[in-house]
Design a protein around this ligand. Structure first.
Ligand SMILES: [Zn+2]
Length: 412
């Protein structure tokens, strides 16, 4: 029986969202938390974007060091030869890529304005795919942008061409959140049956069905005989109405009526880390988790009305599908109400040593402390908000990597 895998795209689709963004250290921590959570692959950025180069290289170094392992780090580029060449020039160590190109008539005509026809789309994609393989890519996924508005016959033709030229997966992008669970099931099942390679499901929430479509799409792919790779983002952060939320999709495929009994995960997910990554993303994006968010919202385990409170106190299963401890909730949060010493871009050595001492980090020399402080100052310049404990610990533990993450040299 084929299985379900997760590819998180927070560090690509999440960060390209209007009005939002993450510092390079915040992106790195997201990768570390995704790895702790057991996510198969992180779409960790844009290999053709110059300000990403050092971040991508530094994260590949962390992978080599075993810090970001076993998670796979994969970059997103357009399915054109030029992007493949730029990606390998700027990030020579990149091993996993997804190549994206529009497949719907709406986008082919609407974007290329007559300059490209359907055959050109397939040609661009297969050329880019071969170039990526030749340059040393170990795995390559091909993304059909706006797949849900693409006619099925062409989508299968596109997928077959991808398969013949060595693609590992086809990504079915419901770019505009146009599908519903019934349509996506039919389509993804047909793709899996006719093309015969694993399929990725990429869903958005424009009609409020991102999670539901991910579940139905996954079922379609597995019923069609292939492994499915569900794309998610942390807290559902993504363009417009957002992407399918990571925690909600994990809960849906493991806890919804009968689904988890039949459709299994290809890798264990450590749901206990869900609370930590959701709260970090909330802070880093500066976007509050909605009070009614599945699993990690403030009200997800709150009960007030008489009948519910009485019922849940007698037996939590009366009114809760799953327990808060499963998501890593329940630890009291310490909030400082008195004096605070905070690490910022203008901090000095005394205050900084005090902060690090509270986290049981001591320095062998004043020089070492000064070096870490300098990195923390730059990290604060980039994030413009107090660094969280894990950021400070990361900088203290991997100063060389932190330096790389903080080095931005425009117009080089
Ligand atoms: Zn998207």
């Amino acid at each position: 029986m084929p299985k379900i895998y997760f590819i998180d795209v927070t560090n690509r689709d999440g960060v390209q969202t209007a009005k939002l963004g993450l510092s390079k250290i915040e992106k790195t921590l997201i990768n570390i938390y995704l790895n702790e959570l057991g996510i198969f692959q992180s779409e960790f950025g844009f290999p053709t974007t110059r300000h990403e180069s050092r971040y991508l290289q530094a994260n590949l170094e962390l992978a080599k060091m075993g810090v970001l392992s076993p998670i796979r780090l994969e970059g997103w580029i357009r399915a054109i030869i030029g992007d493949v060449e730029t990606a390998f020039r700027l990030v020579p160590g990149i091993k996993h890529l997804n190549l994206s190109i529009s497949t719907s008539s709406q986008m082919i005509d609407g974007k290329f304005q007559g300059r490209k026809k359907k055959e050109d789309i397939i040609n661009d994609m297969t050329e880019a795919l071969e170039a990526a393989r030749a340059a040393g890519a170990e795995t390559v996924g091909v993304n059909a942008e706006d797949a849900s508005r693409t006619d099925l016959e062409f989508l299968i033709k596109f997928g077959m061409a991808a398969k013949e030229h060595g693609a590992d997966r086809l990504r079915y992008c419901d770019t505009l959140g146009y599908d519903n669970p019934f349509t996506i099931y039919e389509t993804t099942r047909a793709l899996a049956e006719n093309i015969g390679i694993p399929i990725e499901i990429h869903c958005h929430g424009d009609l409020g069905m991102g999670v539901a479509n991910s579940v139905a799409g996954a079922k379609g792919v597995i019923d069609g005989g292939q492994d499915v790779y569900i794309n998610t983002t942390v807290n559902g952060i993504g363009e417009r109405a957002g992407n399918a939320d990571l925690v909600a999709v994990v809960l849906a495929v493991t806890k919804s009526k009968g689904f988890g009994q039949k459709y299994k995960l290809g890798h264990p997910i450590k749901l206990k880390k869900a609370w930590k990554i959701a709260k970090f993303a909330e802070y880093a994006f500066d976007v509050a988790i909605p009070i009614n968010q599945p699993g990690v919202g403030a009200n997800a385990f709150a009960h007030s009305s008489g009948i519910h409170a009485d019922g849940v106190l007698k037996d939590p299963e009366n009114y809760e599908l799953y327990g808060y401890k499963e998501l890593g909730r329940g630890e009291p949060v310490k909030v400082e109400t008195g004096r605070e010493i905070i690490a910022g871009q203008y901090s000095g050595i005394s205050g900084f040593s005090h902060i690090m001492g509270k986290m049981d980090v001591s320095f062998s020399s004043r020089e070492e402390a000064s070096e870490i402080l300098e990195l923390a100052r730059y990290a604060n310049v980039e994030s413009q908000k107090p660094l969280v404990e894990d950021e400070l610990l990361f900088i203290a533990k991997y100063p060389k990597i932190a330096k790389k993450l903080l080095t931005l040299t425009p117009l080089e």
